[in-house]
Write a protein that binds this ligand. Sequence first.
Ligand code: HXC
Length: 545
Amino acid sequence: MPDITKHDPVVGSEPKINGKLISQRTLQQTPPAVKRLREIKGKALAGGPPEKIAAQREKGKLTARERITYLTDDNSFREIGLLRETRCTDFGIKDMHIKGDGVITGFATIDGRRVAIFSEDFTQLGGSLGRTHAQKIACLMRLARKARTPIIGILDSGGARIQEGVDSLDGYGEIFSENVKCSGIIPQISIVLGPCAGGAVYSPALTDFIFMVKGISRMFVTGPGVLKTATGQNIDFETLGGTAAHSSVSGVCHFEANSEQDCFRQVRELLNYLPSSRWENPSKVSTNDPENRPVQMMERICNVDSRKPYRMHHVIWWLADDNKFLEVHHSFAKNCVIGFIRLGGSSIGVVANNPAEKSGALDINSSDKIARFIRFCNNFNIPLLTLVDVPGFLPGMEQEHGGIIRHGAKILYAYCEATVPKVTLILRKAYGGAYIAMNSKMMNSDLNFALPSAEIAVMGPSGAINTLYSKQIREAKPEERDALCAKLTKEYSDKFASPYQTASTGSIDSIIEPSQSRQFLIEAFKMLEGKRVPGEHPVSGNIPL
Ligand code: HXC
């Protein structure tokens, strides 16, 4: 258990000045004003009543203050607003004198980098959000924006404080407004470590990344009770809004963790890839992984029948420095893969199709997943690598009526808008609209490569010959039909199911030796390090898609 007093040098620790213990006599001479400060702060730092803290632990949860301690560097947290209290006089809550009003706010460092951080305290009025609680969070967000530091919110709250009526709803309005002002300016990270209910879910939803922990995190607009009354449906909290539901079904959650500690480790890892604001570049990290390390895996891809599935994760691991890949949205829209790697020490955002799921076809959810990630990377100067193995957009009425046209267009918009360095590598299939969508040359891509196994065409061979030669195939004698189809397919494949035609038109810059992929990509991004496209697009936020 951490020492909760270590954040505040005036409480709990052995009193020292310049490293020397202060004598009892000197202590007795402590000015009354300082004594009073220590007394008041000591009480405030204790958090909610002991029975509420015990209840928090029984649920397997850390306290709000412990969470900050675990997430941040030792003794780096500096609290602001500890003594603020609610101004609401209804229901006797003013008389409770809840210092801090159920939320801890301040700044700290994580791996040496300055961050702003708030943590809601469920042991005080269920972490519910009143006007003061909201003002503290909004004030911290303004500070983070001015200081150009990432902001991290730890949420554990019963939502709008019922006793404060519309004041608490307005509090959320203020927070949402600040979320949007910070969007695309500083990274915003939400860690949901308890309930997050009602309209309260929309603040995390406006941030860039949401973390949840199995068994303790819950997000829902309408809880099981209201659902039962309104629809008669009987559903528990976990099934409705638990970590599994939001990681794999709704896509609300970007990172799922097994425990709070595991979650904080992942947050630190994520921060490592990000700059502190849009005015900075992500820091470089030195590596002993040779830039010219051969990637034998790529030769294997060239050998595999183009209809055979494989997990794109393997390709990404092999390409990345030290085989490290931080995947975002691991369990959602698994037909595409997004996340962060380093190449030659530089932070890179990866967007890839995943032939192991739905053959890697693009659909509604993968379009949203990819598009928002591209826009995040573009806002924060993170170059983009696109790895292509895509048979097309997923066909079907469900997709058409679900709005694949509207959703798929988000990928096109995001890539065309992005001005960070953009490099594409086509591994196998790149057909039709999906070829264009996956950062093709004419969508403002910078450098486009292909492996010799790439197949770039308007559509796959069987679809193409059935369209082009439907009359001949229909009129052929039944016993000759198979041979005719095989001949036509071969002719088509020889012409289009290779990258050479595309390379001859300039839509591919190079067909590369598969094992040299890593070196090629690193050098391409180095070449683009100085890329500047002044004034091409106005600054944009990271709107939820
Ligand atoms: C005031 C609240 C509260 C709230 C919880 N508490 N939610 N106080 N306002 N919104 C208090 C409880 O009264 C209790 O106080 C203490 O917090 C702990 O709550 P418990 O219910 O004992 O805890 P638990 O069993 O763990 O259940 C947690 C919970 C449940 C699932 C969050 O409290 C709950 O369903 N609360 C309401 C959630 C909700 O519907 N929120 C939406 C509000 S509307 P005591 O004194 O007994 O310790 C909203 C709209 C926002 O948020 C719109 C923004 C635009």
